[in-house]
Design a protein around this ligand. Structure first.
Ligand code: DQA
Length: 150
């Protein structure tokens, strides 16, 4: 396991970022988000793995692999936040710090978005900060990892 390796995981429909409901999620694409994450990660001395899937089982498989390979996880589980006990359980099996990100402020939206299973196992939650939330999450992870490294 590398002390600086971080997984940024994106759930369903985030591949459509920039095209899908731009009034809620903005006009930046997931490629833009990845580029910004890579820029910030380099500044922070982190090595990045950036992934997106629309399939719950694929996200879970990546989390299983991450258990022994990454020092931290940033996850935007998208709609699975509100439905997936399986993703919550897979995250709970990861010993590293986890930061949950939502681009929109889920608490200002429909009631079914107010609850996230993932928050139960996250070290921190960032929501409503737009795509900047990803960079904020990386800053937080870097701080947590620095504290953990003797
Ligand atoms: C989201 C919020 C979720 O409620 C929604 O299902 C998404 C994106 C966000 O980033 O704001 O797909 O996670």
């Amino acid at each position: 396991m590398s002390a600086h390796r971080v997984l940024v995981l994106n759930g369903p429909n985030l591949n459509l970022l920039g095209k899908r409901q731009p009034e809620i999620y903005g006009t930046e694409t997931l490629d833009d988000v990845e580029a910004e994450c890579r820029r910030v990660a380099e500044e922070l001395g982190l090595t990045l793995e950036f992934r997106q899937s629309n399939a719950e089982h694929e996200l879970i498989g990546w989390l299983h692999s991450a258990r022994e390979t990454v020092a931290g996880i940033v996850i935007n589980p998208a709609a699975f936040s509100h439905t997936s006990v399986a993703i919550m359980d897979a995250l709970a099996a990861c010993p590293c710090p986890i930061i949950e990100v939502h681009i929109s402020n889920i608490h200002r939206r429909e009631a079914f978005r107010h609850h996230s299973y993932v928050s139960q196992v996250a070290s921190g939650v960032i929501c409503g900060c737009g795509t900047q939330g990803y960079a904020l999450a990386l800053f937080r992870l870097a701080a947590l990892l620095e504290k953990a490294t003797p």
